[in-house]
Design a protein around this ligand. Structure first.
Ligand code: PLP
Length: 424
């Protein structure tokens, strides 16, 4: 499609947008501007209006039934998470047995690494991307030291000098180079800083080819990019519910374990009663018998209020459908990139903007990371004052993410207008 930098063009795209009506299902924060451009769905997604209804239902059940809400609530609490499984599995391209909504992201990554990072003999190394999200760096380093191994056990692949993105060929090359020393590949599916979406299928195949286990942190991928975890044979994955999945700050997260591990009761794991055989859980007998599949990694009974928010959001995803979401994501992100480049070219003398996120739609989701050359934080502060809610990373990167469910093409147009106005 040939884009134009005009309000009329953006309005036309909004009129043709089959998902346009979903915008009204979300609360937009108006604390500093009546009509903000909210481009931080990659950090915290907006609140679905139905979240309050669903949370209130559980508060009412708690008030009316007390402990009996576990069985008498409209959605009984003892099995509340089961309401989420099928919808969450669709979002990540998995079978229901492979997915459970539970705990938080870093907790899940640790629990999964307890099972799937089993260093032995010379096969001890973990491969991850350079500058992985700090929580992942800490998690990986602490897993390594937990096994009594030295820090060099963690091997990172980074961009080549002078480049911003990691070349996939370099990841694949490193995997084959490490060969039988490689125990685990654990990479962020979409890089939080650059927005680069790696080829998870190829990475998984390469890891398996050398005998390694392959897992992904999908915090920036779930609800954003097209995923087919089952078909790609990924061993395990975890993601959070509060970014593109709009399910409340610190809300419940997702955990994936491939079907081929579902019945392997000998996998070591940290256990808790919620992962124990449901038929006999309340008999409170000793001896842990894991539920087959991802549910067997649950530790504790479900935090129902957080899950209610997730239910509200997943229902919206179900209705909109990942296919339509993906189509809008690609078109809207391309439109936004076109507008930013247009502003950049016309203002070259004062400031230019380089989008470091890949241009190929198969290698990115909704996020664009913009390098502001010539102007720094001041430009970002002016953008904020004009009504843009975006994200700044030192020394000079602005991260923006138009979320297809609630952002409009006119948001993109207004962002470009404000960006131009913010240039000093
Ligand atoms: C890529 C990535 N990994 C891990 C985390 C940590 O998530 P949590 O605090 O939910 O454990 C985040 C949080 O933003 C993230 O973006």
């Amino acid at each position: 499609m040939k884009f134009e930098n005009s309000l009329a063009f953006a309005q036309e795209l909004d009129q043709q947008d089959p998902l346009a009506s979903f915008r009204s299902r979300f609360h937009f924060p108006t604390f500093h501007n009546e009509n903000p451009v909210y481009f931080t769905g990659n950090s915290l997604g907006l609140q679905p209006k139905t979240a309050a209804t669903y949370i209130q239902e559980e508060l009412n059940a708690w008030a009316n039934y007390g402990v009996e809400g576990h069985f008498l609530a409209k959605r009984p609490w003892f099995s509340y998470h089961e309401n989420l499984t099928n919808m969450a599995a669709k979002v990540v391209g998995a079978l229901p047995i492979e997915v459970v909504i539970t705990h938080s992201l870093t907790t899940n990554l640790h629990l999964l690494m307890v099972s799937f990072y089993r260093p032995s003999g010379k096969r001890v190394k973990i491969l991850c991307e350079e500058k992985a999200f700090p929580s992942d760096q800490y998690a990986l380093a602490s897993q390594i030291s937990f096994h009594g191994l030295p820090a060099e056990t963690l091997v990172e692949v980074g961009p080549r000098p002078g480049e911003h993105l990691i070349r996939e060929e370099d990841i694949l090359q490193k995997i084959s180079e490490l060969g039988d020393e490689l125990a685990l590949v654990m990479i962020g599916g979409v890089n939080y800083y650059s927005g680069q979406y790696f080829d998870l299928q190829k990475i998984t195949a390469a890891g398996h080819a050398v005998g390694a286990v392959v897992g992904f942190d999908l915090a920036h991928a779930a609800g954003n990019v097209n995923l087919a975890l089952h078909n790609w044979n990924v061993d395990f994955a975890a993601w959070c519910g509060y970014k593109y999945l709009n399910s409340s700050p610190g809300g419940v997260s997702g955990l994936f374990v491939h079907e081929r591990h579902a019945h392997n009761k000998s996998l070591p794991r940290f256990a808790g009663w919620w992962g124990h055989n449901k038929e006999v859980r309340f008999q409170m007998e000793p001896g842990f018998d894991p539920i087959p599949g991802a549910e067997g990694w649950q530790l504790s009974n479900a935090p129902v209020l957080g899950m209610a928010a997730h239910l509200a959001s997943l229902e919206i995803f179900e209705e909109a459908g990942m296919e339509r979401i993906a189509q809008k994501r690609d078109q809207m992100t391309a439109f936004l990139a076109f507008l930013i480049e247009d502003v950049s070219v016309r203002n070259e003398e004062k400031c230019s903007f380089e989008i470091i996120t890949p241009t190929n739609p198969n290698q990115r989701g909704a996020q664009l990371s913009i390098l502001a050359k010539g102007q720094g934080k001041q430009l970002f502060d002016r953008l904020t004052d004009l009504g843009v809610i975006a994200d700044w990373r030192e020394p000079n990167v602005i991260r923006i993410a138009p979320a297809p469910l609630y952002n409009s093409y006119q948001d993109c147009f207004r962002f470009a207008q404000y960006l131009e106005r913010a240039i000093l």
